[in-house]
Design a protein around this ligand. Structure first.
Ligand SMILES: [Zn+2]
Length: 349
């Protein structure tokens, strides 16, 4: 199994974010990538840099308007007298009309859901390389690898087709799933990050070919607040193809694994040709976000259960922040996954 990563993904270094209105250091730091990369190596994965895939993987998910915004907004922002160093929105439209603002400030409000996705000089390149890691991992699985791990940083699951949010710019898990769709009719995405994968849900909400399932802390009192509730089941052709399993705060291993069984049975019934695991490690009991209470051995059990599905699998890194066991949690997940993962082909089914 390979770990797909490019050091250029570390160039993005956001300064701060607002938490409960207060300015605080942004926890989505490059050190996360160093810790996760070392852990993947310790677990025995082989490193590989993704090739330069240009804009195509991101353009398969995101709007041209949004991609142009991400590419150019930092330079435009610097031309505003007295503007902040990083691009941070100061307007948050409550719903959007049909019009598109011309001003950089207006567009920042249009394309950025909150203040935790600041755009600096290197953000675009790092996000693009992170998307390349996801697309390349998916390509390998599409070509026959049993599994691959995309060390995506910055993460992606809060990014919608035209909106950044929650440390995310390009939706790496959605990009991987879309790439897999080129070689199989149905793809499932299982998101186990402590936060609901609202961007991923949004991307596929009206589609029946990509099943989206998310386990997360109940958004009634947890980010992203406006999405992730059990009643959100999809729309149009996608009705019934989105499953949200919100969990009470501080849910531990047993409660998480029970919900995971529910998620995995829904995925098995969908009969997908491939799986994307949106692997947040922030459900950990010692993670700074403190939403759920999964233990390090718990991640091993989660990985083992997912491996038992026997599907070609792309593991895409989402959240999980610097704490005592960030690397250990990745090793536990990968060890558990690989111990049980035996790809069952259509023929042997
Ligand atoms: Zn998260």
């Amino acid at each position: 199994m390979k770990v797909i990563f490019d050091a250029a993904q570390k160039k993005h270094y956001p300064g701060f974010f607002l938490t409960s209105g207060a300015r605080a250091p942004n926890p989505e730091v490059p050190a996360r990538a160093d810790i996760l990369f070392a852990a993947a190596r310790a677990a025995g994965l082989t490193p590989e840099e993704p090739p330069d895939l240009g804009l195509a993987p991101a353009a398969a998910i995101h709007t041209p308007e949004y991609l142009a915004f991400l590419k150019g907004i930092f330079a435009r922002w610097q031309r505003i007298e007295g503007a902040s160093e990083e691009v941070i929105p100061n307007i948050h439209p409550n719903g959007r009309g049909g019009s598109y603002p011309l001003s950089a400030v207006g567009q920042a409000g249009y394309h950025m859901a909150d203040t935790s996705c600041p755009i600096g000089a290197e953000t675009y390149e790092a996000a693009l390389r992170s998307a390349h890691a996801a697309a390349h991992a998916a390509q390998q699985v599409a070509e026959g690898a049993a599994a691959a791990y995309a060390l995506c940083r910055p993460p992606g699951h809060h990014a919608f087709t035209d909106m950044a949010g929650g440390f995310c710019y390009l939706n790496n898990s959605a990009i991987a799933a879309q790439r897999l769709r080129a070689s199989t009719a149905r793809v499932a995405i299982l998101d186990i990050d402590v936060h609901h994968g609202n961007g991923t849900q949004g991307v596929f909400y009206d589609r029946a070919d990509v099943l989206t399932v998310s386990l997360h802390a109940d958004p009634a009192r947890f980010y992203p607040f406006f999405w992730g509730h059990a009643a959100e089941r999809g729309d149009g052709a996608g009705l019934g193809y989105n499953l949200n399993l919100p969990l009470p705060r501080k849910t531990g291993d047993e409660g998480f694994l029970t919900a995971l069984d529910h998620a995995l049975s829904r995925i098995a019934a969908f009969c997908p040709g491939a799986l994307v695991v949106a692997l947040g490690l922030d459900a950990y009991e010692g993670d700074p976000f403190a939403g759920l209470s999964v233990s390090t051995p718990g991640f091993g059990r989660i990985g083992a259960k997912i491996g038992e599905l026997g599907l070609p699998t792309v593991v895409v890194q989402e959240g999980g922040y610097v704490c005592d066991a960030l690397g250990d949690n990745l090793v536990a997940f990968l060890d558990g996954f690989r111990a049980s993962h035996r790809v069952v082909t259509e023929v042997s089914r």
